[in-house]
Write a protein that binds this ligand. Sequence first.
Ligand SMILES: Cc1ncc(COP(=O)(O)O)c(C=O)c1O
Length: 386
Amino acid sequence: MTIENPIPFGRPQMGQAEIDAVVQVLSGPQLVHGPVAKAFEQRFAARAGAKHAITVSSCTTGLHLVLHVHDIGPGDEVIVPAMTHVATANAVEYCRAKPVFADILPDSGNIDPAHVQSLLTPATRAIIPVHYLGLPCDMDRLEALARPANAFLLEDCALALDADYDGRKAGTLGLAGTFSFYPAKHMTTAEGGMIITDDDNLAQRLGRAKAFSYDRGLGERTKPGIYDVVGLGFNYRMSEVHAAIGLAQMDRLDEIQKVRARNYAALRDSLAGLDEVTVFAPQQGKARSSHYCLNAILPHDRSIDRDAVVQSLNAQGIGTSVHYPSAVPLFTFYREKYGYRPGQFPVAEWMAEQTISLPVGPHLHDGDPERIGAAMKTAIMQAKRQ
Ligand SMILES: Cc1ncc(COP(=O)(O)O)c(C=O)c1O
């Protein structure tokens, strides 16, 4: 049976502007190290209210790069939430340091500051708050914990573009923030990422380390091809082609964000009468969400089979996702390496099993949020009957 007008979880907003921008780059002489990535960085920094923005090949490489230039290494510990994309913890592993997992809060999905406090040791060098599905963490409390511990805050803003905390944009609240431009995100460059920071020295070192730590860039070389290498660097650059897509996407961003917020509110309203589903408040204290998706939370007692609800939604043409499929310490790699066991991160484990991410992106048409709400009601009824 084919479903009429299926609604995917996400669909990038691409148009003639992106196509023209790519064609223009491809018709020119410079595919890397060029002016388009520079222009993208400047525009992104200005929007975020940050002094510097540095393009990178993904959010993952951005996280790694910040930790690397801060000399995070063997013997160091970095506190990360147990409920996040595996990339957050992997970035710590790439440095041969130890990710230390904190459980999350049941009303936001964000890292639990009280648990963070209990995990601080003299080896703690950094905390990575992940703004879960776009809602900023309690940055005041995390800052108050990090400062006396001499640790820095690196914000994982993969899903938090334009999220707001106390009138400041996510990514500007710690030492640095990293963003993802993977296709399902608020905006995309196909693959790509951005780091923002106000720290001049950090920005300069990140710029060098993402391109092999050459001592001078292309424009600074007196003899072509001659350079020194002043540290261990990587190839984490963003090409001009990807940057051109990003720059064109920024023209759409105000509209995209407006529609996301509107869809979120409409979908939340349409779920309001459904006792079996709760939804995180998109504004909590000083934090305002970037509405990455709507996380439908099923009862704590596991009386409803999440996977049956997902199956029913998908059969009704509603695309879904899960954020995330497991508490990170319980993925095989981390479990086997560090010996974690089920039950150690109860909130994260519950969230992995009992939530469903529903679409609110700008690809939704008029009436779609209501359609998703109605499909959810049907799905819950069906899941209960099984
Ligand atoms: C919280 C979080 N951090 C990092 C990433 C990785 O982003 P990227 O694919 O750009 O490396 C993701 C991907 O969805 C994510 O959700």
